[in-house]
Ligand binder design. Structure first.
Ligand code: AVJ
Length: 316
């Protein structure tokens, strides 16, 4: 039986991460990249978010696949190398193996360690699919190791994860995806759509406060990674829909005047001042289709749920 292989590409060192955090906290307005939301606890809290009734993206995307995956597969064709960007538990891709029939599966995530367990058990269930785990941060640049092979590629980027990037950054990434996919390449991508403000804001500020915990957990990471003495009690979770920029923003808002101190720096925040922690861009079907074409994709198809809350695109 085949066994999965694993490769860790370059990993950011702790000095670089400290510098990035210190710079962000010193900026005006203060900001911290959403990539810091996902430590072991943060990843679990995100998984819990996906179970919330208010957080519609995960289950809506799943429902779209349940109804339309066969039609998507007809556009894509079998025998491809399926490259999963931000694979995590590999669960979303695994649900599609039956209908997409990939020859090879390449799971990419920041930490290769997180992929080991998932891929080992997945390989047992799908002994005929060749599997490779790649540890890489593709947010700055998307490069795959030669081990990913030269078969026809299907890039898989579900969950509206591309929403964390500005449209300019998203365009850059989509161009890289097109390049990595090559001549016969295809992209299968999930996109959250613009909708009523109240629906959007409840999805990011749920009554059970799981999203608040997810956001506030960032303060604990400031302590671990930067040695910054931020106190969770000093901040509250804020999520708002910025209609002009078509994005949900998450912030940590100071409940009182706060001074954050870390080795080599400090940042004062007045009561009510915020640290910007995440953007989650929402697109229209037309707007995202335009972005795909700008990125060099010439054929696109799109499926949505009946409420048109979420969209899945196939582009080639
Ligand atoms: C993982 C980036 C798709 O933007 O909806 C969920 C992250 N943040 N709740 C999103 C998130 C707050 C999520 N993405």
């Amino acid at each position: 039986m085949a066994t999965p292989r694993f490769i860790q590409l370059h990993q950011e060192d702790s000095a670089a991460l400290r510098l990035e955090l210190a710079r962000g906290l010193s900026a005006s307005p203060a900001m911290v990249s959403p990539k810091f939301l996902y430590d072991a606890l943060g990843s679990r809290l995100f998984d819990a978010i996906t179970e919330l009734p208010e957080y519609y993206p995960t289950r809506t995307e799943r429902a779209i696949f349940d109804v339309h995956a066969a039609a998507m597969a007809a556009c894509i064709g079998p025998g491809r190398t399926m490259i999963d960007l931000g694979a995590g538990s590999c669960e979303k891709a695994a649900r599609l193996f039956g209908v997409m029939q990939p020859a090879r599966y390449v799971a990419v995530d920041i930490s290769v360690d997180y992929l080991r367990q998932a891929l080992d058990s997945l390989q047992r269930q799908h002994p005929r699919i060749e599997m490779l785990g790649v540890g890489a941060d593709f947010s700055s640049s998307l490069v795959l190791p030669p081990e990913a092979g030269r078969g026809e590629r299907l890039l898989f980027y579900p969950g509206s994860s591309i929403g964390n990037f500005t449209p300019e950054q998203a365009l850059r990434l989509l161009r890289q995806v097109r390049d990595v996919g090559g001549a016969g390449g295809a992209l299968l991508i999930g996109i959250d759509l613009v909708k009523d403000r109240s629906v959007l804001e409840r999805a990011y500020d749920d009554p059970l406060q799981v999203t608040a915990a997810f956001n506030l957990n960032l303060l604990r990471r400031l302590d671990t990674l930067l040695g910054c003495d931020a106190r969770v009690e000093d901040f509250s979770h804020v999520a708002l829909f910025n209609e002009r920029d078509s994005r949900i923003e998450m912030h940590l808002q100071a409940r009182r005047d706060v001074t954050l101190r870390w080795p080599g720096g400090e940042r004062r925040l007045a009561e009510g001042e915020r640290i910007h922690t995440e953007n989650s861009y929402k697109y229209t079907v037309e707007g995202f289709d335009r972005l795909l074409r700008e990125a060099g994709f010439t054929r696109t198809a799109c499926w949505t749920d009946p409420q048109r809350w979420f969209a899945v695109f196939v582009a080639s």
